[in-house]
Design a protein around this ligand. Structure first.
Ligand code: GDP
Ligand code: MG
Length: 364
């Protein structure tokens, strides 16, 4: 899964990106001057560490990963493709979710592109650009489908035109596509257009150092104004979190307590991304040198989980042997779990649960 960090210039995007890199032991890749930097971040996972140290004692531990992309600042006009806009938009279309950083820290030393601190206005401004970009995509597509329909009439194209027109009407009212009521077929048709306002979005308020641990009315305001299906809101102080990420875990913990912070900002961002994307984690490790965490969409079947691990496991799937993490932790060993009858044999259609430890039996 790939998350694009977007937002106006000077909001703290790169500070957040660096935090994710440092805290997530990331592998960072640069792709040239006009390409954004990408980091592959390890998803923090205490369950994985417990499994490795207590149960499997493997040679190798492999965390699930998530990719983050550090985009340049979004400016007025991007939605119409001005400047580097169209290149920027094309890159944004490739991500699975958007993480929009909103400046909510006051610092006279750092210029604000819009003059004055107002995170809700900034969120609307960025959304307007995304809405305009989507409207452009939809209108171009409508033009093409209408031209095709003049040549030959196909049912499929008629249906596509219908959903496209509904999108256009919706966007003209300045409403994001993730709020558009859609059937499963609509969703499928829309997927190919990679509309920006259809992407799950995390609005992240970057609050000032002095606001830490205090309730923030802006968060509620954002939630009321922009919340909805596919939108989540959270806050952190990127600068402080970036500094804390450099300390030893013990020191960071002590500072956190002093600052009134409950969890690490890094873990909170990843948790929020997981929830936003509807992802769960399952594990493999029984009888292997490697204990590993994997990510799949909630509701996935055992067959899909098998395919995530390896295509051969999917092709030759016989059955999955499943133990849930909670049971394993409660009873302390695989043998004890078996004795209690909590070790299950499941078929292809089994819906994998978060924390399942899965051993796929297969034959190819
Ligand atoms: N005071 C304060 N400054 C911050 C915070 N986050 C970022 N900055 C500063 O804002 C400036 C712009 O940050 P940067 O991450 O480069 O923003 P970007 O343009 O969105 O990538 C830098 O000087 C940061 O040190 C914060 O939470 N508090
Ligand atoms: Mg930057």
């Amino acid at each position: 899964m790939r998350i694009g960090i977007i937002g106006l210039p000077q909001t703290g995007k790169t500070t957040l990106f660096n935090l994710l890199c440092v805290a997530g032991g990331a592998h960072v890749s640069h792709h040239g001057a006009n390409e954004p930097t990408v980091a592959v971040v390890k998803v923090p996972d205490p369950r994985l560490e417990w499994l490795a140290s207590t149960i499997f004692k493997p040679k190798k531990i492999t965390h699930a990963t998530m990719e983050f992309v550090d985009f340049v600042g979004l400016t007025r006009g991007v939605g119409k493709g001005e400047g580097l806009g169209s290149h920027y938009l094309a890159q944004m279309r490739q991500v699975d979710a958007l993480l929009q950083v909103l400046r909510d820290f006051d610092d006279p030393g750092i210029a604000h592109v819009e003059g004055r601190l107002d995170a809700a206005r900034d969120a609307f401004l960025a959304n307007t650009e995304l809405l305009l970009a989507d409207l452009d995509t939809v209108e171009k597509r409508i033009g093409r489908v209408e031209a095709d329909l003049k040549k030959i009439k196909k049912d499929e194209a008629v249906r596509e035109l219908e959903i496209l027109k509904r999108c256009r009407a919706w966007l003209v009212e300045e409403k994001p596509i993730h709020d558009l009521p859609q059937s499963e077929d609509d969703r499928k048709a829309l997927r190919g257009f990679t509309l920006l306002t259809a992407k799950p979005t995390l609005l992240l308020l970057n609050v000032g150092e002095r606001e830490l641990g205090k309730p923030n009315p802006t968060q509620d305001r954002l939630r009321r104004a922009l919340g909805g299906k596919g939108v989540a809101v959270m806050q952190l102080c990127a600068k402080t979190e970036r500094e804390l990420a450099q300390l030893s875990p013990q020191d960071a913990e002590a500072f956190r307590k002093d600052l009134g912070l409950q969890t690490s900002g890094f873990a909170a961002v990843l948790r929020a991304c997981f929830d936003l994307l509807g992802l769960i984690t399952f594990y493999t490790g029984e009888g292997k040198d490697e204990t590993r965490a994997w990510t799949i969409p909630a509701g996935s079947t055992a067959l899909k989980a098998a395919g995530t691990v390896h295509s051969e496991l999917e092709r030759g799937f016989i059955r999955a042997e499943v133990v849930n993490f909670a049971d394993l932790q409660a009873h302390g060993s695989m043998a004890a779990v078996r004795k209690k009858g909590l070790h299950r044999v499941e078929g292809k259609e089994y819906t994998v649960a978060d924390g399942d430890i899965v051993l796929v039996r297969f034959n190819v």
